[in-house]
Design a protein around this ligand. Sequence first.
Ligand SMILES: [Zn+2]
Ligand SMILES: [Zn+2]
Length: 345
Amino acid sequence: MRAAVYYGPAGSWPQKPMVVTEVPEPRLEPDDVLVRIAACGLCRTDLEYLKGAPIPKQPPIIFGHEPSGIVAEIGTNVTNVKPGQRVLVATPIPCLSCSFCQSGRQNLCPNMMVVGATHNGAFAEYVVAPHWGVCPLPDSLPIEESSVITDAVATCYHALCNRARVRRGDTVAIFGASGGLGLICVQIATAFGAKVIGVGRKKWKLQKARELGAAEVLGLQEIEQADRAVRNLTGGGADIAIDVTGVPAMIENAFRATKPGGKVVVVGFSFEKFQLSVNRLNWLELNVIGSKNYNVRELPKVISLVERGFVKLDQIVSHRFKLEQINEAYQMLDKGEMLRGIVLL
Ligand SMILES: [Zn+2]
Ligand SMILES: [Zn+2]
């Protein structure tokens, strides 16, 4: 099969770190589903790997952890999907037997399988995954654009619904609202009846956040203090502030924009450190909450939300690439030139 293989080590970035070549098809075990990939989303995590962040699986590795496709073959123990069925493959696939999995926090499973990180992924014609990580995709959703549900949309859903526990009437300030994850958060928070304030670098880039439901938008380059502006707009601070950037200054802004007793949820991924005032943290009893991926059980709920039109994939997927363009695609992602890109197989 054709696949984009990363041979490592990093250092070749931003040249052509991945090579499209012929590799053997993955082997099917009794619990596995073999999926013929239709599309796979591009993600910043891969970019971190390409730039030298430690990869769980030693190269050579095939990246790609946001796959959609059609079931090609099933193992002897598989009953939840059939050959020919349209499916998504979950990004985090838990073991289901450890104490975290048993207590409902599957996304913290220490034995987590991630296609494209711990195992070969979906920048390839085929991928295998255990059946509990494979979820049917309704006919009404476009198979290619739906690939971004398995990481980007589901991760935002988990942050808002599981970690922040957003409720109707909450004010939710989203830091990084003009990017792909931010625009997904805007739509999900709006779907749950929250009043959304979108915060981003440039106000003109936030126009889309407004179209997708944000009641207010704030450009960090136009106003001096975004945190104060959020506090003014909300009469004392947002109930929930979400950071999707992982940038320390943004997280610190989010922290100061949250009302007493409120929640700051950090979804953006980075290796950086941020500083928060202890005084503000305990005096206002703020809750600073991390959020990682999602629980595989949440995926059908996320698909249903998209199916009912609350998340518009065509507003999020801005770029489509062929597998042969994968290096150029990641260079574009690095320059911040796309909302969310997908590779078509
Ligand atoms: Zn990802
Ligand atoms: Zn587990």
